[in-house]
Design a binder for this molecule. Structure first.
Ligand code: HEC
Length: 111
């Protein structure tokens, strides 16, 4: 994964890189990649390609909890930030347990 560059120096250039590509380069994605891909392939979790603006729980073929499909949420900066802080608090019953407690990490993922 990544280009082999120094992740700490990597600056997200949103004009030339998509958000998720940028995030991948920052290596933060290693915290999510066991369960998620950013290509259109589901793993344990639904793929995250095009997740911004997507209603929660709507990837075809992904296995979701009832909590997720019934949530009525759409993923954007606010909902992702809240969900990633403490998934089970925002969405009791979700099967995703991974969290990003560090606000800077969330900002990097969601930016
Ligand atoms: C241990 C496996 C695992 C890890 C690690 C994990 N997730 Fe998840 N994720 C899941 C599962 C399973 C779901 C489906 C949850 C449900 O339906 O309640 C999910 C759902 C999601 C969703 C909702 C997707 C949709 O289509 O509605 C987002 C967004 C998400 N995860 C982001 C992340 C991010 C960002 C990370 C890394 C910080 C991460 N996840 C790490 C397992 C994981």
């Amino acid at each position: 994964m990544g280009s082999g560059g120094n992740a700490a120096d990597f600056v997200c250039d949103r004009t030339s890189l998509g958000r998720w590509r940028c995030w991948q380069e920052k290596t933060l994605f290693t915290r999510c990649s066991p369960c998620h891909s950013v290509t259109e392939q589901n793993k344990v979790g639904p793929h995250l390609s095009g997740v911004f603006g997507r209603p929660a729980g709507t990837v075809a073929g992904a296995s979701y909890s009832k909590a997720m499909t019934a949530s009525g949420m759409t993923w954007n900066e606010q909902t992702l930030d809240a969900f990633l802080t403490e998934p089970t608090r925002v969405l009791p019953g979700t099967t995703m347990s991974a969290r990003l407690p560090n606000p800077q990490d969330r900002a990097d993922v969601v930016a």
